[in-house]
Design a protein around this ligand. Structure first.
Ligand code: AMP
Length: 280
């Protein structure tokens, strides 16, 4: 497995390969888990060369403490990627990606003003900036993203469409722990008690889905979820919404293309999850 920290050496290596094999890209922030590895496996199956980027992108953190506390486990990550048969790791320092303070900002219209965008101003502009850089540097044939970050996937879809990146995007299903908790690097920051409490996100989604299917009106379902979260000490709900999958606009009731999305703090750790309704 090749490991690069510098853009120049990554580009030199890839320029020898490009054209002869399809290149799969899996952008990550490291602290890898089975969810990330499912993206690597998919890329390996479908491409001759798989590139995994590991970069905790300062531009997408609107909270300095969150950036500082984000787990970093590069050595372990490299071992996992070697075992999985990943071909290339690109793990640059922040200086390599941002020589100077970035000035470019992205605006995605309605798409980045709701849900995550509302609670994390500037977040998606930072995500789009770094993903555009990776697309530019790697020029992948296919790029893999998890649906755990559903809104992020929608943003990147629009980025690719509007900037006409010549690549295919593949959304990948959410991998969960046995108790339903969506796998996330941030789960590492939870203590044992918080880890148990964190299941409330998936339980809320599952219960809400059941209630909606039984015809309970959305406002009542929202109230149930709020109460469920409030009843657990240390859990603070940020949002729980039903939205259309295409534009993420809030819905009043279930349609055939709807998704439930939730964000909550468990202790100091902010977690997100979602459930596509037409698939269950
Ligand atoms: P991150 O390192 O959290 O930025 O995630 C890197 C990529 O892995 C993103 O496309 C995520 O959506 C995806 N990912 C994170 N957690 C999961 C999961 N539990 N299942 C599937 N994909 C995931």
């Amino acid at each position: 497995m090749e490991i690069f920290k510098e853009i120049a050496s990554l580009k030199a290596f890839l320029s020898q390969k490009r054209g002869s094999v399809p290149i799969g890209l899996v952008p990550t922030m490291g602290a890898l888990h089975a969810g990330h590895m499912s993206l690597i496996e998919a890329s390996k199956k479908e491409n001759g060369l798989t590139v995994c980027s590991i970069f905790v992108n300062p531009a997408q953190f609107n909270n300095a403490k969150d950036l500082e506390k984000y787990p970093r486990t590069l050595e372990q990550d490299v071992e996992m990627l070697k075992r999985a048969g990943c071909d290339v790791v690109f793990a640059p320092e922040a200086k390599e990606m941002y020589e100077t303070e970035p000035t470019i900002k992205f605006d995605f219209g309605d798409l980045d003003k709701v849900l995550e965008g509302k609670f994390r101003p500037g977040h998606f502009s930072g995500v789009a900036l770094v993903v555009a850089k990776f697309f530019n540097l790697v020029q992948p044939t296919v790029a893999y993203f998890g649906q755990k970050d559903f809104q992020q996937f929608k943003i990147i879809e629009r980025l690719v469409k509007e900037l006409k990146f010549d690549l295919q995007l593949k959304p990948m299903p959410i991998l969960r722990e046995s108790d339903g908790l969506a796998m996330s690097s941030r789960n590492m920051r939870l203590n044992d008690i918080e880890r148990k409490k964190a299941t409330v996100l998936f339980q809320s989604l599952a219960e809400a889905h059941k209630l909606l299917r039984a015809g309970i009106p959305l406002y009542k379902v929202k109230e149930t979820v709020r109460q469920k979260c409030e009843s657990i000490e240390g859990v603070r709900l940020e949002y729980f919404e039903l939205a259309g999958v295409e534009n993420l606009k809030a819905l009043e009731g279930v349609t055939d293309k709807a998704i439930l999305l939730i964000a909550a703090y468990v202790g100091e750790v902010r977690l997100i999850d979602n459930l596509l309704l037409n698939e269950n």
